[in-house]
Design a protein around this ligand. Structure first.
Ligand code: CO
Length: 463
């Protein structure tokens, strides 16, 4: 049997409409989704949290609690950037512990934990915290292609993660680089090497996604991630209905009810139409984009590069920058390209080309990467590059978070006047500015209610 994790409430809308789906758009269908027979619903992650605060004026914690209230049986899953939590820098262990505790308290069952560099030291605190508070800790590797990222390396990482106490293991193919036959081999080898269940997460970007899942299932993968059809395919996941149909009546039958899936699809169709009409759902994201295989960079990174180059009035340098990306990646020790390493490598490649001299200008984040502040790169960075970027500075060799002082109490003081629930401290720590804006918005709404300008029942957050 292959199990299904439905991603429409997280990756589906993140990949297609920049994570803008509101809680109101989800609410009417949640109870139906609970009855479909899914293994889990992916509902939360860095981008959902960020977009709730920045664009939707929603409290992400309230969103989670509301989903939990309506989804009683199915497990709720979130994506966590290891020691970066949902943000872009490393947090101290006290913050990691508190965040994981609050996520589980508010309704999360499964936490998928990854690190952009696959440095397992950065997964340790979150895995430990997850187990301590009774959650299911899923250790995850960011899949990429490079001379060192062989199947053997991923199997070694899988073993390490299993030994760290993870309850399951996931290969996160954020760029859709996996192809069917290599996946068959990789999953088969992982299944022989590991005792814990193996899950596969890919994207349909290159058109290979559903073939890749089929071979993964034949090789014994336990769970695959799919999105209901209106938010599937293109840069999102392969569609749930197609995968469920493909395996029905076979030894891999997913147990998911196709009739219920149809109701779910009917609910999301008009929402998809709405975002096509508003222009947020770009037809470019819905087709097959083979560039991700040619350049081995995630689709999102390509579109970021285009917009940055346009801003710099240098779009004519696009080809040169694309050729520079793999060179920078090699210089920087072959990091997988996922948040935040994709932004770091992309910016440096752009600066190298636009400034006309390699590493003439080096952003702080690149210096930090070379310094080891994000952890160990898959391949050590050469002394030549180190000297060029750090000058006389020495890189660190310890786990980056070992250098951090506890920070929970400090953040609590910073946001003291806005805190209405313990969770607000964590929101403030991870997204200081958007959190502040949201807290002020929340206060203003309250004032309107208190002063009789707004009826509490009408207090809806704007879309
Ligand atoms: Co994804």
């Amino acid at each position: 049997m292959a199990k299904i994790t439905e991603t429409v409430l997280r990756d589906g809308h993140q990949s297609l409409i920049a994570t803008r789906m509101t809680l109101d758009e989800m609410l009417p269908i949640l109870e139906v989704m609970d009855s479909a027979g899914y293994h889990a619903l992916e509902v939360w992650g860095g981008a959902t949290f960020d977009a709730c605060l920045r664009f939707l004026n929603e409290d992400p914690w309230e969103r989670l609690r509301t989903i939990r209230k309506l989804v009683k049986k199915t497990k709720l899953q979130m994506l966590l950037r290891g020691q970066n939590l949902l943000g872009y820098k490393h947090y101290a262990d006290d913050m990691v512990d508190e965040f994981v505790k609050k996520s589980i308290e508010n309704g999360i069952d499964i936490i998928r934990i990854f690190d952009a560099l696959n440095d397992t030291r950065n997964l340790k605190s979150s895995i430990e915290a997850c187990k301590k508070y009774g959650g299911h800790a899923q250790g995850c590797v960011s899949y990429t292609i490079s001379p060192v990222h062989t199947n053997e390396m991923f199997i070694k990482l899988g073993r390490e993660i299993e030994e760290m106490g993870a309850d399951s293991f996931c290969i996160k193919d954020m760029a859709g680089l996996l192809d069917p036959y290599n996946t068959y081999k990789l999953v088969g080898d992982l299944k022989s090497a590991l005792k814990i269940p193996v899950e596969l997460h890919t994207h349909a970007t290159s058109g290979l996604g559903s073939m890749t899942y089929m071979k993964a299932v034949e090789a014994g993968v336990d769970i695959i991630d799919t999105a209901i059809s209106p938010f599937a395919e293109g840069s999102s996941q392969p569609s749930t209905e197609s995968m469920v149909y493909a395996f029905r009546g076979t030894e891999y039958d997913t147990g998911v009810d196709l009739g219920v899936l149809n109701k779910i699809a009917e609910h999301f169709k008009p929402i998809r139409e709405k975002y096509i009409a508003s222009g947020l759902l770009d037809p470019k994201l819905m087709g097959v984009d083979i560039n991700t295989l040619v350049y081995q960079v995630p689709g999102g990174m390509l579109s970021n590069l285009v917009s940055q180059l346009k801003e710099a009035n240098a779009i004519d340098k696009f080809d040169a920058v694309l050729k520079e990306v793999p060179r920078v990646r090699e210089d920087l020790g072959y990091p997988p390209l996922v948040t935040p390493s994709s932004q770091i490598v992309g910016s440096q490649a752009m600066l190298n080309v636009v400034s006309g001299e390699r590493y003439k200008r080096v952003p702080r984040e690149v210096k930090n990467l070379v310094k080891g502040m994000y952890g160990q790169t898959p391949v050590p960075i050469s002394e030549k590059i180190q000297n060029k970027i750090l000058g006389k500075g020495e890189p660190i060799s310890v786990r980056p978070a070992d250098l951090l002082e506890p920070e929970l109490e400090k953040t609590r003081k910073e946001f003291a006047q806005y805190i209405e629930q313990e969770e607000d401290v964590l929101t403030g720590a991870m997204f200081p500015q958007p959190a502040l804006n949201f807290f002020q918005y929340r206060n203003a709404q309250k004032y309107k209610v208190d002063s009789g300008l707004l009826n509490e029942d009408d207090m809806v957050y704007p879309v």
